[in-house]
Design a protein around this ligand. Structure first.
Ligand code: TSB
Ligand code: ZN
Length: 590
């Protein structure tokens, strides 16, 4: 059947089989280079495959070409993939030098197991495989990473080689090109190049240091959040970074969330924890005076700094860190107010997404799983079911689409998470909107209703703008570093052509700066082309190149970071443009 007529599903399966077979061929190549290699597992994955090895030395990227070359030789020999069924006993004898395989054999419930042999390599494997190695077409090895055996940090660390494989050379080159694009967009790379943030070994993993450019972006985001929240009836508070153990016992963070908390410190005979969340402190503020229905909904907001002990293997640039500042709020409302309040939060994130031009996301209703009750989740089955239903109703009655995900809830209740993808393809929760039926009880929070009777408030925990860390990490990739003008650390660079144009450049700088525009003069005695290139690399939205003509006519020549040139114009007209673009938080520069 011609390839282009092949049903998608068959093609997908065929590619998976080919990729899995490529993993076996890679293992054969590694075995021929390292005869003592021990083998872990080698599955197919999206676009390719990997295999985990225990080797006598650490691999470097320089090893990949020789492994690839060896694979090429094996494929050229076109050895058949031969399946053999045998008793476990026989398989154990055959794989006696392979402790990881022996462990896998022990776990197979059947009497017999299947092995696949191609050339000099034999592997415990369910299959299926290609009939012969020659069917493996275009492939490339990409990188090496450490991977714990069975993902368990107490087991040995193996070396994993990742590769990609496709039907045709064209499909492979297209994919490699796409990977290059993605690499350029990786927020860790952009963050370094644009001087947004750094990590420092001596400070510690997952503890980012924001550089001045990052500081500007954060200030702008906070300004937006504060203005928006003011408009939506929030009040702002400030709370400490640590509190006594008892507070976190009461809130349920100990024990439900203890694994993600830094260990306690002891002072004056009392144990203190740095806070992983701001909620308990906000609850204390709610409880600090008598509340009545007239105070509700009470929306307490804070850009609170939290610390979480995230596993080192899970840390990733700014996307998953250990110190974070959260766009947090806790909304205390009555049960009748709940639906409207909950939906208002969802509409609030949609308002933000419009500003940031975020279009690719989906909402996920994260629910509990009964097996986690009392361990991962507050043990109150009835309330879980009730609040999950309340969320469904709030979403449905506002026609907001969502998918359900079981066993992803917070320990205190169900939530709507907004899932986005980072440039490197991982899915993250950006905004979150959570119900809490547990903490009002444990903090004995109450208000007097219209009839003067005591009622417990429901609590909504929400973070539409996530944490500064995750949001800026995401935005770096989303914009590929080319921030809209309102967020750009430097909005305008003035580039004098020669030293004699410096005075005029300074005048422009003073004018723009008095308008609140973030402007810099590149006063270095360098070639103009080099200064333009620098501003372009820094992704500065506007460059004003000034030479004799601009000085003589009192105008500016405006160059955009895309390379596009705008017509010469007066400073006043340029100021007007920039002012509007900033005020509109526009992505387009004109
Ligand atoms: C919203 N108590 C609630 C709060 O009131 C809370 O802490 N929720 S959370 O645990 O889901 O965190 C809120 C948001 O912070 C998440 O949706 C996610 O976007 C962001 N976040 C969580 N952990 C990290 C982390 N390790 N690094 C960066 N951002 C994080
Ligand atoms: Zn909270």
């Amino acid at each position: 059947m011609p390839l282009d007529r092949e049903p998608e599903i068959d093609k997908k399966e065929r590619l998976e089989v080919m990729r899995h077979s490529a993993a076996h061929v890679m293992a054969e190549a590694v075995q021929s280079i390292f005869p003592d290699a021990r083998f872990g597992i080698g599955p197919s994955i999206e676009n390719g495959f990997y295999y985990d090895f225990e080797l006598p030395r650490s691999l470097t990227p320089d090893d990949l070409p020789s492994i690839e070359a060896k694979m090429g030789e094996i494929i050229a020999l076109n050895a058949g993939f031969i399946r053999e069924e045998m008793t476990k006993e026989k398989a154990r004898r055959l794989l006696a030098a392979q402790p990881y395989k022996l462990e896998l054999i022990d776990e197979i419930p059947d009497e017999t197991v299947s092995l696949y042999r191609q050339g000099s390599f034999v592997d415990l494997c369910r299959g299926p495989h290609v009939t012969a190695a020659g069917e493996i077409k275009a492939f490339k090895l990409l990188n090496i990473a450490g991977a714990y055996w069975r993902g368990d940090e107490h087991r040995p660390m193996l070396q994993r080689i990742y590769g990609v494989a496709f039907d045709t050379e064209e499909a492979l080159s297209e994919h490699l090109l796409w990977l290059e694009e993605i690499k350029k967009r990786d927020h860790r790379k952009l963050g370094r190049e644009l001087e947004i943030f750094i990590f420092d070994d001596e400070v510690g993993p997952g503890l980012p240091l924001w550089l001045p450019n990052g500081g500007i972006i954060i200030e702008e985001i906070e300004k937006l959040a504060k203005e928006t929240e003011l408009k939506h009836g929030y009040v702002r508070v400030r709370t400490p970074h640590l509190a006594k153990e008892d507070l976190f016992k009461r809130s349920g963070h100990l024990p439900y969330y203890a694994e993600s908390m830094y260990p306690p410190m002891e002072i004056e005979g009392v144990r203190y924890y740095v806070k992983p969340m701001n909620c308990p402190m906000h609850h204390k503020i709610f409880a600090s005076k008598t509340r009545s229905y007239r105070d509700l909904p009470l929306r307490i907001a804070e850009y609170g700094t939290c610390y979480r002990y995230e596993k080192s293997g899970e840390l990733l640039g700014l996307m998953r860190v250990r110190s974070m500042q959260m766009n947090d709020s806790h909304i205390y409302c009555s049960e009748t107010q709940f639906g409207q309040e909950f939906a208002a939060v969802v509409f609030l994130y949609l308002e933000y997404f419009k500003i940031f031009d975020i279009k690719e996301y989906y909402m996920r209703l994260s629910t509990h799983h009964p097996s986690g009750l009392g361990k991962k989740y507050v043990n109150n089955s009835a309330m879980w079911l009730k609040t999950e239903d309340m969320v469904r109703r709030a979403m449905d009655s506002n026609n907001i689409p969502y998918r359900e995900a079981v066993d992803e809830a917070a320990f205190y209740g169900p939530k709507i998470d907004v899932q986005v993808k980072s440039a490197i393809g991982q899915e993250y929760t950006l905004a979150t909107n959570q119900v809490d039926f547990a903490q009002a009880e444990s903090f004995d929070l109450k208000f007097a209703n219209e009839k003067g009777q005591e009622e417990r408030p429901l609590i909504i925990h929400r973070a539409p703008l996530s944490t500064h860390e995750r949001l800026v990490g995401f935005l770096l990739e989303h914009y590929g570093g080319a921030f809209p003008v309102w967020l750009a650390p430097v909005q305008v660079t003035v580039i004098p052509v020669a030293d004699r144009h410096l005075d005029y450049a300074r005048k422009l700088e003073a004018g723009l700066s008095s308008e609140g525009v973030r402007v810099k003069v590149d006063a270095r005695s360098e070639r103009m082309s080099l200064k333009i290139r620098q501003a372009q690399l820094d992704k500065v939205p506007y460059m004003l190149v000034v030479g004799d003509k601009e000085v003589a006519t009192a105008t500016v020549s405006v160059r955009l970071r895309s390379g596009e040139q705008l017509p010469a114009q007066s400073l006043a007209s340029f100021e007007e443009t920039v002012r509007t673009v900033i005020a509109d938080k526009a992505r387009d520069l004109k």
